[in-house]
Design a protein around this ligand. Structure first.
Ligand code: PLP
Length: 420
């Protein structure tokens, strides 16, 4: 195995920034990429053999921890039967059935290979179904890197000033509003209601850090969409099966027209999925005229790993994980505050974000006020002590069902050593 310096030097000649996804470059935290050799349970090891407690968890999918034995066995068995057929297989039917059981709004669905594909296809379907062009999107929400969604997007897209390569003609159909600002959405509907195909929203935003919906926000979106004949798309790529075994839609009791999924439903393999009311989904080819296809869609290995993951998750205690995560996050925030830095802690389920700012965070403006230098200093010093956090301050910190008390305790001890 090459060491990280050699790998990084080589990688930079072969891939922009030496990475296949921008945040991995660790520029936000003023560091260099962490090349991972292997992972198990709550840990990852870098190519130098250093062990880290992992709170990135592949940006969310590994809620059971890395290499869960049941998921790994399911994937191995599937590989032995062939890694891809480009034809229907049992696994995709079983996974779809399981998702539909756990998330009843997903009467029908399509498997794809990434969250980006899922949201891109859901948008096309919404446009095809309604015959309208416009989409309402929230500033700081991230729905993957489809052109229409790269207007004021969160996550890594927030680090790119403007978005060269996205034609004005496309984003002119994207209407923006701040998260939790229902009045702004209502104004869009009043002005352009007969041309709004859909509202897409992260039911709890995870890409400007974690930002929770205020009471009435999601309900208000539901009501406006119904009133104006637009579709409500809940982007549950992060929250699906993390916020609840029925997703954020169960937790917040909101019925969407369409839902997009990814991450957890692939058990760590490339996957995405969009679905919803059968009457809408039947507008997809070959039943209807809206086109979408994929060579690796419904990939048997991803389907097997995803199904095993969803089955395992039904045996897991979400409430207990939430309680442990909250207690841990509060203690962590307390440690930082005791060092004289302001912290706004936002948490739900097994996700949280600490914002280094004085004001409560309810939208992207609040999240952007978080002090990036403080986060970079925190990240670097935690990293040196064997704690792997998201290499950007506007992401979620995730826990898993296998993070033990000892891991959390070690993390808190490491935080106590951080100096600002
Ligand atoms: N939607 C949300 C809410 C996401 O967080 C992401 C990725 O983080 C996506 C869509 C895009 O998913 P992918 O990275 O699999 O394309």
């Amino acid at each position: 195995m090459m060491d990280s310096k050699t790998l990084y030097a080589k990688a930079q000649t072969l891939m922009p920034g030496g990475v296949n996804s921008p945040l991995r470059a660790c520029r936000y935290v003023k560091s260099e990429p962490v090349f991972i050799e292997r992972a198990k349970g709550a840990y990852v090891w870098d190519v130098e053999g250093r062990q880290y407690i992992d709170y990135v968890l592949s940006w969310g999918p590994q809620i059971l921890g890395h290499c869960d034995p049941v998921v790994t066995e399911a994937a191995h068995k599937a590989v032995d039967l062939g890694s891809s057929y480009g034809a229907p297989c049992e696994g995709e039917v079983l996974l779809a059935e399981e998702i539909s059981k756990l998330m009843p709004s997903m009467e029908m669905m399509r498997m794809v290979s990434s969250g980006t594909e899922a949201t891109m296809s859901a948008l096309r379907l919404a446009r095809g179904y309604t015959g309208r062009s416009k989409v309402v999107k929230f500033i700081g929400n991230y729905h993957g890197h489809n052109d229409s969604f790269l207007a004021a997007a969160g996550s890594a897209a927030a680090t790119v000033p403007g978005t060269p390569g996205v034609p004005e003609d496309i984003v002119k159909h994207t209407l923006l509003a701040h998260y939790n600002d229902l009045d702004a959405v209502e104004n869009h509907f009043k002005e352009s209601g007969d041309d709004i195909a859909c509202v897409i929203v992260e039911p709890a935003a995870g890409n400007m850090g974690l930002v929770l919906p205020q009471p009435g926000f999601l309900e208000g979106l539901r009501a406006l969409c119904t009133q104006y004949g637009a579709l409500l798309i809940l982007d549950e790529v992060i929250t699906g099966f993390r916020f609840d075994i029925g997703g954020a839609q169960k937790r917040y009791n909101i019925e969407p027209d369409l839902t997009t999924l990814g991450k957890i439903i692939g058990g760590g393999f490339p996957v995405g999925c969009y679905g919803g009311k059968a009457e809408i989904m039947n507008h997809m080819a070959p039943c209807g005229g809206v086109f979408q296809a994929g060579t690796l869609s419904g990939n048997p290995v991803a389907m097997a790993a995803g199904l095993a993951t969803l089955k395992r998750l039904q045996e897991c205690d979400y409430d207990a994980l939430e309680k442990r995560t909250l207690a841990f996050a509060e203690e962590l925030a307390g440690i930082i505050r005791s060092k004289g830095k302001p912290v706004q802690l936002v948490h739900t389920a097994s996700a949280f974000t600490m914002y280094f700012t004085e004001e409560p965070v309810v939208d992207q403006r609040g999240s952007a006020a978080s002090d990036a230098d403080v986060y970079a200093a925190f990240w670097q010093q935690m990293h040196k002590q064997g704690v792997y956090l998201a290499p950007a301050g506007f992401e979620c910190t995730f826990t898993s069902f296998v993070h033990g008390d000892e891991d959390l305790e070690k993390t808190l001890e490491a935080a106590k050593n951080v100096q600002f």
